[in-house]
Design a protein around this ligand. Structure first.
Ligand SMILES: [Zn+2]
Length: 422
């Protein structure tokens, strides 16, 4: 059975031409060294073949000369709260209160900004309300160009304080049958992945992340139902008891997982099983950085400890050969490549961080065969930047140096498309 493809994945936008992208410096997303003088034929939304800059342009193809710029796969943000990670206007006293439909337009603008930054795929791991699936549907019908969005729908959680703190984002479920039903509800809703709160969250002061929140039976029912239906499971994992349970149960991606350095045996098992770690460093760093004006003092104190743990875990996970994917878990969505810089600061090489943001992200999302590398047969979600992301990773955070973004083979954003009127 072919893997189920999420919405948007196989619909090349109308007007996608046959393109010959020539004279590129290629970073293909596999971690291989850069190659100069590469050309690429793109057709019907996919990469047809790679060639050399000296090859003649194929008949009927429009040539785009990249003039030695760096071509890489579109970036993948594997951990985002799409429905809430953008700046919603806060009207001043006396100004017209925000109308109910305004936020959807703000999200649409944010998703366009995400694509403008070369982020072509984003995984929503929990949002309130229907705003994410509404935006996705609007993109499907061509209302605007944004990234491919995968969503978990509601997060499945046992009855816990987080369900009250993040009202509307969780589907609380207790007992294996209810958990199974909660999974089915998400698939009914249109989810592409199921997310579970295996442990409490350190963003909720009433939650203790140390014990596993679900029983083994509940988690096994969740994984069984999800996998049986052909979907993947991602798990919020902080404390080691719940993290171990998640690894035992065959969870596909471990989100946060900052204490794993204390259990090298679990990291080894993750590497052997192909379970992906999404370290979400930016979110963890953000708590002590924002400090006690924003977060409860208890969480700030724990936050500092967690940042150090996450640093040790990134190094240990890398050494153990665990696949590491980039997930920003912060706002605004368009700044996700900041996580790539954090991964480098905490111990990955720039080449490894680039893999985390491309092919490892594709692996995390179960889309390895479709996106994440520049290879024949893959979807033509591509990014061209002015500069070298290996020697200067910050290029990926600089809007002015994002030269061209292609989604399904169609140039959709970048400075190359923005001609000045002056
Ligand atoms: Zn998150």
């Amino acid at each position: 059975m072919p893997p189920r493809l999420p919405a948007l994945i196989a619909d090349p936008p109308p007007g996608a031409e046959r393109l010959w992208l020539t004279n590129a410096r290629l970073l293909d997303g596999t971690g291989a060294a850069a190659r100069d003088g590469v050309s690429l034929l793109v057709e019907s939304g996919r990469i047809v073949r790679l060639g050399s800059a000296t090859d003649a342009a194929p008949e009927g193809a429009t040539t785009i000369d990249l003039a030695g710029r760096t071509l890489l796969p579109g970036l993948v943000d594997s951990h985002a709260h799409v429905g809430g990670a953008f700046d919603v206007p806060a009207p001043l006293k006396g100004a017209e209160p925000l109308l109910p439909g305004t936020t959807a337009h703000v999200l649409a603008a944010e998703l366009q900004a995400v694509l403008r930054m070369g982020i072509t795929t984003i995984r929503d791991v929990g949002s309130i309300g229907d705003i994410v699936v509404e935006a996705r549907q609007a993109m499907r019908y061509g209302a605007f160009d944004g990234p491919r969005v995968l969503t978990c729908g509601r997060i499945v959680s046992p009855t816990a304080p987080g369900g009250r703190f993040f009202a509307g984002m969780y589907r609380e479920a207790d007992g294996p049958d209810d958990v199974r039903r909660a999974v089915r509800e998400q698939l009914r809703y249109g989810a592409d992945v199921v997310k579970v709160m295996t442990t409490g969250a350190r963003s909720v002061e009433l939650e203790d992340p140390d014990p596993a929140q679900l029983t083994r039976e509940e988690l096994e029912a969740l994984v069984d139902e999800t996998h049986r239906m052909g979907y993947r499971v991602c798990a919020h994992c902080e404390g080691l008891a719940g993290t171990e349970l998640a690894i035992d149960a065959g969870i596909d991606t471990i989100e946060h997982g900052m204490y794993l350095n204390q259990r090298p045996d679990l990291l080894e098992r993750m590497a052997a099983n192909g379970q992906v770690l999404v370290p979400t460093l930016s979110f963890l760093i953000g708590i002590p950085k924002a400090g006690p004006c924003v977060w409860s003092p208890l969480l700030v104190e724990l936050g500092e400890h967690n940042v150090e743990q996450a640093r040790l875990t990134l190094v240990a996970a890398r050494a153990a050969g665990v696949t590491i994917a980039m997930g920003y878990d912060s706002a605004p969505l368009r700044s996700a490549a900041n996580e790539l810089l954090a991964l480098i600061e905490f111990g990955l090489t720039p080449a490894e961080a680039l893999v985390a943001a491309t092919s490892a992200g594709a692996a995390a999302l179960g889309l390895r065969d479709q996106i994440g590398t520049v290879e024949a047969g893959k979807l033509a979600d591509l990014l061209v930047v002015d500069g070298d992301p290996l020697s200067e990773p910050r290029v990926l955070c600089d809007r002015d140096r994002i030269w061209l973004v292609l989604r399904l083979g169609k140039p959709v954003a970048g400075t190359a498309l923005e001609t000045s009127v002056a």
